[in-house]
Design a protein around this ligand. Sequence first.
Ligand code: NDP
Length: 228
Amino acid sequence: MLNNRSIFITGANRGIGLELVNESLNKNASVIGTFRNKSKAKELFQIKSNNFNSFQMNVTNETSILDVSDKLTKPIDFLVCNAGINNGFGNFFDEDHSQENMLEVLNVNVLGCILTVRSFRKNLNNNAKIILISSILGIQQHNGSNASIYRASKAAVNNIMVSFSEELKTENITVVSFHPGWVRTEMGGPNATLSATESAKSLINCFENLSFKDTGKFFNYDGNQINF
Ligand code: NDP
């Protein structure tokens, strides 16, 4: 249960991250949300709750991540790596997939998760849960030819999830990844099937039901396991 537990969410200023913050507060969790840019975090700053704290953090900057991890005074029960980008629409032959764009996607989506988990390891409570927000686009069976580097980045997210689950097994830390559904955010676009609130509500219910037997698995936002 999230009641009185602490949850740390990256990329919390908008989209799915912001709704994960709101849903966690509804469940009386102690919530920490990160934003990268003050000018884009107005909704986060409007949250008035003694159970909420926010920090500026860029997941591609290890110093910035370590600064925040050093400031935390309470252990984290749920660490949610949600921050992500999709710079490259089209496929590997499209202009959108410039070297610079592709590096940025891999830097934020893949290294961002690795650096965040590494830096916050010391802040994790006993039996903590680490949740990487991935995407169904990353499964090997998916044969879409759009957003190729994004798909590769999310395949890598699921792969590092498995590595972390092994590396943290002896500490009883559960490491999983989730597909949040197709969600109406800046990334998901207006035609997506779920609102950010619907996705976040369902995700939070799933997070509450996680146990150590789930470590190393990839789940849909409705709780069903996905092969990857
Ligand atoms: P949004 O584009 O709405 O929000 C992305 C969030 O990530 C923003 O808060 C953004 O901050 C933050 N972010 C981006 N780069 C960095 C960085 N370098 N450091 C810190 N924060 C950063 O996306 P969604 O809410 O839709 O997506 C959330 C997660 O869900 C992502 O990992 C995405 O890949 C995944 N996902 C989304 C789907 C969808 O349909 N929406 C489907 C499948 C997966 P800022 O405001 O500063 O840019």
